[in-house]
Design a protein. Structure first.
Length: 318
């Protein structure tokens, strides 16, 4: 294990995908050390047709990052306690206990513990040419839905799904083998988990990241403190580019305006604050909104009331 300083407390941990990209681009923040660990023995939990869902559990301290890695199978990351952050090449996702993150096969990712977390990882067998929690099924109808599962997705976690994940066996392959009864129970749990994931609502809780160095620097500054400036002109001052150039880069690199992108950062920050049980009114004030303006922004952005989006109330059963 090695330790370096992490300057971004709540929104992004840069994941190197080329030799010339450093682990972190921002200056060090004194007193905030990030501990790096390996990918937690995935070779001892390989899913198969016989055991299509494999589970493992690990308690990890705040500011621990699982180093960038990928798998030939799909993965779901769930923290039963504590907020985690997952970063891929072009985006970062905040995942509180009320959410889960689906990661398709082959996608390189790093996982950072924003808070001390009980990290549960599920690995899913994916037959060749198929993707998604229902990939072991058949028929043309579910194949038409697979495109959405070929990208990272943040999903709502039902009480049933959370309970099922906790019941899954977490013994690695170098442990004594499961009994026939235990294997049968695992298959039943696996089928229910796959069904719950297929039914789960997707939530827009990711923040896209650019490749352009000037824009990346600005985006990281916004992620670190999204309320420091209000206008693009103020944020652009440190980039060496004009506000017009920065606005063009946002459109070309991220397909959005600066205001739209910053709103996603605000939403991610709100989720992180809500996971610490901060009252809604205080969250709004922290982010520079009145309570009513914050509620209106959340409803307009994600089509849900703030309490549901932030995981402070359960979804209405359908």
């Amino acid at each position: 294990m090695r330790r370096v300083y992490d300057s971004l407390p709540i929104s992004i941990a840069n994941m190197p995908n080329r030799p010339d990209v450093p682990t972190r681009d921002m200056p060090p923040r004194p007193g905030r050390a990030l501990s790096y660990v390996g990918s937690l023995t995935p070779h001892l939990f390989v899913p198969s047709r016989e055991r299509p869902v494999r589970a493992k559990a690990r308690q990890l301290a705040a500011d621990t990052q699982v180093m960038p890695h990928s798998h030939p199978w799909a993965q779901v990351a769930i923290s039963t306690t504590g907020v985690i952050r997952l970063t891929v090449d072009r985006g970062t996702y905040i995942v509180p206990p009320s959410r889960a993150l689906w990661i398709p096969p082959g996608v390189e990712h790093a996982v950072t513990m924003v808070e001390s977390a009980d990290l549960r990882t599920l690995y899913f067998h994916q037959p060749r040419g198929r993707c998604g929690p229902g990939a072991l099924g058949g028929g043309s109808a579910d194949r038409a839905e697979q495109a959405a599962w070929r990208q990272c997705r943040v999903l709502e976690v039902s009480d049933l799904l959370r309970a099922l994940v906790r019941e899954m066996p977490t013994a690695p392959d170098d442990s004594p083998p499961l009994t026939p009864a235990e294997l049968l129970r695992e298959r039943h749990l696996s089928a229910l988990i796959r069904d719950e994931l297929a039914r789960a609502n997707a939530v827009k809780l990711g923040v896209d990241l650019p490749h352009d160095k000037r824009l990346r620097h600005l985006c990281e500054a916004v992620l670190a403190d999204p309320t420091r400036h209000e206008t693009l002109a103020d944020w652009a001052q440190d980039t060496g580019a004009s506000p017009r150039t920065v606005a063009r880069l946002f459109r070309s690199e991220l397909g959005s305006t600066f205001t739209q992108w910053r709103q996603q950062v605000i939403l991610a920050k709100a989720v992180s604050l809500a996971a610490g049980r901060m009252p809604m009114g205080q969250i709004a004030a922290e982010l520079g909104y009145s309570a009513s303006a914050f509620s209106a922004m959340v409803r307009k952005s994600v089509g849900q009331p703030p309490g549901r989006f932030l995981g402070q109330q359960q979804p209405v059963p359908q």
